[in-house]
Write a protein that binds this ligand. Structure first.
Ligand SMILES: Nc1nc2c(ncn2[C@@H]2O[C@H](COP(=O)(O)OP(=O)(O)OP(=O)(O)O)[C@@H](O)[C@H]2O)c(=O)[nH]1
Ligand SMILES: [Mg+2]
Length: 552
């Protein structure tokens, strides 16, 4: 994440608001996907910024922060030209924040309520005696903080809380303690994203021999640079001498006049949280679509679990069964009926229209998936998730896997219903069955007619009645031609039809298989891919929103 020192650049409130809104959108997108603990800072900034912006744009809240005895309260009183915050010999002296407001207190009251300075520790720096002396600081709300390196834990907590709320921090160090590790590692370094709302003063400069001052200032500047605070104003001050405050006063006047500190502080806060959140987003979200290899694998595994091969085989069997039933030799067709229809055995007469609507009971009698099919399905789901989330940073891969498996329990029923609802193309009798069936009846009737004719002639002969005079075809009497010809033709038609039936049954199987795969594929889309895409869409949204929040 790039550095965002604005170096005195103005922060446009509209841009800041847009960044905060983007951050809010980011938080919405990752809600429930990223552990809350990782989002606390961002939530805090969004809320705090909203409140600060709503409160007062006319005031600039400046805190004096530093170690005990560095002279914060002395500086506070000297700037206010009043003894407001007790300066003590016993350390630490200041236990709660004191505030001094330049201008009307009314406007600043709500701001101080929010910051949490008790009314009895609020003072107003406005006196008719001042004339216009102090008008250059109108709008300043100066806070004297407790010591941050305090032996009192409550002081430290209070300082940490207040440092999160103020617009600009004046770090007060003294010649003895300016190099203390704690001020640099625990505080100054943490503020490197807030360089443009950071001022450092070396107070008690009068305690140094004049010749030493430049050396100490140089040393402190080096330490600040090492803290990542290059370019922050560094001023010597003497709280006990009014002239020793001129530099600091001028800096505060400039800050108050600019009315930028609050915006810059919040912009720095946004920079900091965006940088912290950056590892949560990475490359663009992938676009897994049904044509992709992993989605095809998923459909195949779902088809296995749904018993598609079994159903397809039953379709082929049922086609043969029904076709032979319609086109076979009529005299033996009855036998066929004794054998069960393979599709009816699965409670899938023709699919589609016969299927029960969504219900809790299993729709079909397709056998349950085997352990091997179940594990193949699990692997395929895992593969889809892995492939979709392959390049995403944590915690997205885990979220995608959880989403892919989120509807696993519903899958068996959904697959069963999908199979039951699929039109297997088996509820219509093809015309050619009827034609062949009619032909079979025709030749059978011819054979039966011939047989009846022969039987009639035989009966007449037994009864001694005049014999029938059969017409002849060549040398063969017609009844015999009809009987034998009919029988032969029937067998011939049956024999010729058989390969056609086998071919057509295979075609019916392929067609049913294709339709079943489509049905099962849409179950996979609804129950596995859509939840995955929903997470990926959130990731994409979060990524976009964070990019937008980062644009300073
Ligand atoms: N010579 C000199 N003494 C100073 C200066 N600033 C503060 N002092 C003295 O340093 C001591 C501590 O000053 P305080 O203002 O109480 O320091 P503080 O930072 O508020 O300390 P805590 O409230 O304990 O955090 C007092 O005795 C002040 O008179 C300065 O610029 N020069
Ligand atoms: Mg003090």
């Amino acid at each position: 994440m790039r550095e965002t020192f604005r170096g005195g650049q103005r922060v446009d409130p509209d841009v800041l608001i847009a960044r905060l809104q983007a951050l809010q959108r980011f938080l919405g997108a990752v809600d429930g996907q990223v552990p809350d603990a990782e989002l606390v800072a961002a939530h805090t900034v969004v809320e705090r910024a909203g409140t600060r912006l709503a409160l007062s744009g006319h005031h600039t809240v400046v805190a004096l922060a530093g170690a005990t005895g560095s002279g914060k309260s002395s500086l506070f009183n000297a700037l206010a030209r009043l003894d407001l915050s007790p300066v003590g010999v016993r350390r630490p002296t200041t236990g709660v924040a004191h505030a001094c407001v330049w201008g009307q207190l009314d406007g600043a009251s709500r701001l101080l309520d929010w910051i949490g300075v008790l009314p009895r520790h609020r003072f107003v720096r406005e006196s008719p005696l001042d004339g216009d002396d102090e008008s250059t600081l109108h709008g300043l709300v100066l806070l004297d903080l407790p010591d941050f390196d305090s032996v009192q834990r409550t002081h430290r907590l209070e300082v940490d809380r207040l440092l999160g709320l103020v617009d600009l921090v004046v770090w007060v160090v003294d010649p003895q303690k300016y190099a203390d590790r704690v001020i640099h590692t625990s505080y100054l370094r943490e503020f490197h994203r807030h360089r443009d709302v950071t001022v450092v003063v070396l107070n008690q400069a009068d305690r140094l021999p004049p010749a030493e001052l430049p050396r100490v200032l140089g040393d402190l500047r080096r330490l600040l640079d090492a803290d990542g605070l290059e370019g922050v104003p560094l001023l010597p001050t003497v709280a006990v001498d009014p002239a020793g405050l001129d530099g600091l006063r001028a800096e505060l006047e400039r800050t108050v006049a600019e009315r930028q500190a609050a915006l810059r502080r919040l912009a720095g806060d946004v920079d900091a949280v965006v940088a912290g959140l950056d590892p949560l987003v990475g490359p663009e979200p992938p676009r897994t679509r049904p044509g992709d290899a992993s989605a095809r694998e998923l459909t195949t595994a779902l088809a296995g679990a749904a018993g598609v091969p079994t159903v397809a085989e039953a379709v082929e069997g049922a086609y043969r069964h029904r076709a032979v039933g319609s086109t076979g030799w009529p005299l033996v067709r009855g036998w066929r009926k004794l054998r069960p229809d393979p599709l009816r055995r699965l409670h899938l007469p023709g699919g589609g229209a016969d299927a029960p609507a969504e219900s809790l009971v299993a729709a079909t009698s397709v056998p349950d998936p085997t352990a091997a099919q179940r594990s193949a399905l699990n692997l395929a789901i895992r593969a889809v998730a892995d492939r979709s989330a392959a390049d995403l940073p944590a915690p997205w891969p885990a979220a995608v896997i959880a989403a892919a498996r989120s509807r696993l329990a519903d899958l068996p029923d959904a697959l069963d219903h999908a199979v039951a609802a699929t039109d297997l193309g088996m509820d219509r009798r093809p015309t050619w069955w009827r034609v062949v069936g009619a032909l079979q009846w025709l030749v059978t009737l011819a054979a039966l007619g011939g047989l009846a004719w022969l039987v009639l002639g035989y009966a007449l002969r037994i009864l001694g009645l005049p014999a029938l005079d059969y017409p002849e075809l060549g040398e063969v009497p017609w009844p015999t031609v009809l009987l034998l010809g009919g029988l032969l033709a029937g067998l011939l038609v049956a024999a010729l039809t058989r390969p056609v039936i086998r071919w057509a049954a295979r075609r019916a199987r392929r067609r049913a298989e294709h339709r079943l795969l489509t049905s099962v594929g849409s179950v996979g889309e609804k129950h596995v891919l859509n939840p995955v895409w929903a997470v990926l869409a959130r990731y994409g949204e979060a990524r976009e929103a964070l990019r937008e929040a980062a644009r300073g």
